[in-house]
Design a binder for this molecule. Structure first.
Ligand code: C5J
Length: 223
């Protein structure tokens, strides 16, 4: 049997098997990271999310260099909003709601400038790009089939926001049998206390949802 690297992680080391691992980068879109987008319309200070872009870029370079499949997700809706239920559209009391026009186009609508992934993390040809109308990356997408075709069994997670789309996607993945490793310094929330709470929730009870580590620990284990 081939020995697999053990990545130092919480709550215990993660046995990373590169024969079946993929990187998943969740929703690194202008709408969440830049002023004038959906995140700011909801009243959030968006700039703390942009701080992780260099770390996610380094992680992407690592995954690409090692030949891992790379998945990028984009949250967004059809222009006629037929895939955006009132339960989602009517949340909060924002000046602009999903579908209304802001400085980067219609908020969270597929094809608009704000919906694009930030330039530094743009997908490369051949990488998997998943357009999802929900928070979880498997809801109304074909990602499960795509990952199974590639014999992927482990997922390394990065992206935003930690406690919403990242955590939802990790929970969905865990239910589907994928082993999940979240990089603490490659994810961010508008609320720092929610980052810490998410890390604690997913790693509790013997990694009930998954593991967490840092990019340096991952790089070290693979070097
Ligand atoms: C949110 C996300 N927060 N990508 N989306 O609505 O976390």
């Amino acid at each position: 049997m081939t020995a697999v690297p053990l990545v130092p992680a919480e709550p215990f080391p993660f046995p990373l098997d590169e024969r079946g691992v993929a990187l998943v980068v969740i929703d690194m879109q202008r709408d969440f990271l830049e002023p004038g987008g959906f995140g700011e319309a909801l009243g959030n200070e968006v700039r703390r999310l942009a701080r992780i872009v260099p770390t996610v870029a380094r992680l992407l370079a690592l995954a690409r260099g090692r030949g891992w499949p790379v998945v990028h997700t984009r949250e967004g809706h059809l222009p006629d909003l037929s895939d955006c239920p009132p339960a989602k559209r009517l949340r909060g009391d924002p000046p602009l709601r999903i579908g209304e026009r802001g400085p980067m186009g219609r908020l969270l609508i597929r094809g608009e400038p704000g919906w694009e992934i930030v330039r530094e993390l743009a997908p490369l040809p051949g990488e998997i790009v998943v357009d999802k109308p929900g928070k979880g990356m498997f809801y109304r997408t074909d990602l499960d089939d795509q990952l199974r075709r590639l014999a992927v069994r482990q997922l390394v997670f990065a992206g935003v926001t930690t406690e919403v789309c990242v955590q939802t996607s990790m929970r969905e993945a865990n239910d589907r049998g994928f082993e999940c490793l979240l990089l603490r310094d490659a994810t961010a929330s508008y609320f720092p206390e929610f980052e810490a709470a998410t890390f604690a929730m997913i790693t509790s009870q013997g990694a009930i949802v998954g593991w967490t580590t840092t990019l340096a620990e991952l790089e070290g284990a693979l070097s």
